[in-house]
Design a protein around this ligand. Structure first.
Ligand SMILES: NC(=O)c1ccc[n+]([C@@H]2O[C@H](COP(=O)([O-])OP(=O)(O)OC[C@H]3O[C@@H](n4cnc5c(N)ncnc54)[C@H](O)[C@@H]3O)[C@@H](O)[C@H]2O)c1
Length: 314
């Protein structure tokens, strides 16, 4: 038995494989990859193990088609499901991924009742609702990954436009993961200077639009799947924050219970992530326009939650 922390990654596809690789490089956790495809998680785990001597990590990686080996995981990352194809919206994925996410969550939490769940499968905010219901966990332990990726995209485009290092750019994106996300330019800075003072209004608007369609831009280029390097790395930033108890302030999808005037919906907002999962929800002062955009985003998540209730009844 290893004394290292244990992370299970359900879905050994492109995002799951990237999460496993990035985590192995961190060298503080063992990783179990789970997939329904026989041989896929086992093959990826063995391949990654063989990178250990070259990259200098001792993380143990294993693959499985069941959940026995995942028992006692500290974190379960859920990436299983189907990804978007060109022309497909995240919402098209609703029915298939709802049944996959519900079933894998039930199986995973049965053997890891104290785990923290990080949901990645799309449509993200709706799948967080499915995982929360299936797990029966408190909201602190069911967290959606979207804002970290969306703000990494925002930071990338700001740095490219301003010609500065990404290291000096910090950015905040709120809202649902989708076309209604709310990039918060007022809270986005280059070395502490608001980007609105650094870039023209037209430049800022163009960057915001490109961020909101950042996932679709990559789907259009790849043609056979969706993004995975930046999504996988975003998950690992959240795993680091939790397992290393870093108290990072990161935008994540969490169940709001009155915060930002929204109740009973998973929406991306800044949270403090530490050993207990979501340790605090930070309420930023938002303008009327930003608040309206956030509500608009919430109403599209509400639409998906209602659609899922109908699908369940049908
Ligand atoms: N939240 C985000 O920001 C974000 C970013 C990128 C991708 N995604 C989503 O993440 C998901 C995975 O994307 P991907 O590119 O890795 O897709 P992928 O097709 O490469 O991998 C998905 C894997 O899930 C497996 N799977 C399907 N049903 C399963 C089940 N019942 N149990 C276990 N495994 C099962 C498949 O066999 C496949 O290997 C998609 O829903 C995608 O839309 C979300």
């Amino acid at each position: 038995m290893s004394a290292r922390r244990k992370v299970t990654v359900v879905g050994a596809g492109m995002v799951g494989g990237t999460v496993a690789q990035m985590l192995a490089l961190r060298d503080y956790a063992d990783v179990v990859l789970v997939d329904i495809v026989e041989g896929l998680p086992q093959g990826k785990a063995l391949d990654l193990m063989q990178a250990g001597p070259l990259m200098g990590f001792d993380s143990y990686l294993s693959g499985s088609n069941g959940y026995e080996e995942t028992a006692g995981s500290d974190i379960v990352v859920i990436t299983s499901g189907i990804a978007r194809k060109p022309g497909m919206s995240r919402d098209d994925l609703l029915k298939t991924n709802m049944s996959i996410v519900g079933s894998v969550t039930e199986q995973a939490v049965e053997v890891s009742p104290d785990a923290i769940l990080i949901v990645v499968s799309n449509p993200l905010d709706a799948m967080c609702h499915v995982a929360l219901d299936a797990a029966g966990f408190p909201r602190e332990r069911v967290i959606g990954m979207a804002g970290v990726l969306d703000s990494a995209r925002f930071r990338t485009f700001i740095a490219m436009e301003a010609g500065v290092s990404v290291e000096d750019v910090s950015a905040m994106v709120l809202g649902g993961h989708g076309d209604t996300m709310v990039p918060l330019s007022r809270y986005s800075t280059i070395a502490g200077i608001p980007i609105t003072e650094y870039l023209s209004a037209d430049q800022v608007r163009a960057i915001e639009d490109r961020t909101a369609s950042g996932g679709a831009e990559i789907v259009g280029l790849l043609k056979t799947g969706s993004a995975y390097y930046a999504p996988g790395t975003s998950v690992v930033e959240m795993v680091d924050a939790i397992l290393l108890d870093k108290k990072r302030v990161l935008p994540c999808s969490v169940l709001l219970q009155g915060e930002y005037g929204i109740n009973g919906l998973f929406i991306g907002v800044p949270v403090k992530l530490g050993a207990a999962g979501v340790e605090q929800i930070l309420e930023l002062n938002v303008t009327d326009d930003e608040s309206a955009a956030l509500k608009q985003s919430a109403s599209s998540v509400r639409g998906l939650v209602d659609a899922m209730a109908q699908l369940k009844d049908s």
